[in-house]
Design a protein around this ligand. Structure first.
Ligand SMILES: [Ca+2]
Length: 214
């Protein structure tokens, strides 16, 4: 992140719930959220801030844990390019976890309708960061999330939905097997990331959570 970059501060989506232990970057006396945001912008390690009893508290995590006062709004520091109230920038990925249960096709369309696409995890770095994100902030909410990969065109030939993506797929060691235990009469042609961070091939018609990326 460049020094002098302009930041926007976004309120955290309501459904985000951190199970990570927050790391405090600073505490300063402050009387306004605006001032608190300016202080956070000056610390490269500050990723979110909130104001509580005239104290501005800066955190390295995207959110505090569940012990923070419920009445206190937390604001995350974001690059301007990560638009949309439900999108959050996490380790250079502009990411949104859905709170809707959709088929893979519907999820793909949903992401496109909001100017994004189903997330493409075509590198170890992106795969690990996304795993961390769902582990830290959406643990227990869902078990699996659609991502932007399928072998719908040619069985067994897995492709990311974005042109130019790499051939990296972090499939679980038992996957892909073209089999979904809950839908044994269908083929399994759409990928989702499970809470262990690996990809599975599943039946594309199953309605479930998904992750968009800008
Ligand atoms: Ca398949």
């Amino acid at each position: 992140m460049n020094k002098g970059e302009s930041w926007i501060f976004k309120k955290l989506p309501d459904d985000i719930f951190s199970t990570a232990t927050p790391e405090f970057v600073f505490q300063h006396a402050s009387s306004s959220l605006e001032e608190c945001a300016v202080i956070c912008s000056k610390y490269s390690s500050c990723n979110s801030a909130y104001l509580h009893q005239s104290t501005c508290i800066g955190l390295s995590s995207l959110s505090p844990d569940s012990s923070h006062p419920a009445s206190v709004g937390t604001y995350t520091k974001q690059r301007e390019a990560c638009q949309g109230s439900k999108f959050l920038e996490y380790k250079d990925i502009c990411i949104m976890v859905s709170d809707l249960a959709l088929s893979w096709y519907e999820a793909k369309q949903y992401c496109e309708d909001v100017g994004a696409h189903l997330i493409v995890l075509d590198s170890e770095r992106k795969s690990n960061s996304t795993y961390e994100f769902i582990k830290n902030y959406y643990k227990g909410s869902f078990n699996e999330f659609y991502v932007g990969a399928s072998d719908l065109a040619v069985e067994g030939k897995w492709e990311w939905i974005v042109p130019g993506a790499s051939n990296y797929f972090n499939f679980h060691e038992t996957q892909p097997n073209n089999y979904h235990i809950k839908y044994p009469t269908f083929t399994a042609d759409c990928a989702d990331i499970h809470t262990d961070g690996t990809l599975f091939d599943d039946y594309c018609g199953q309605k479930q959570a998904f992750i968009c990326e800008i």
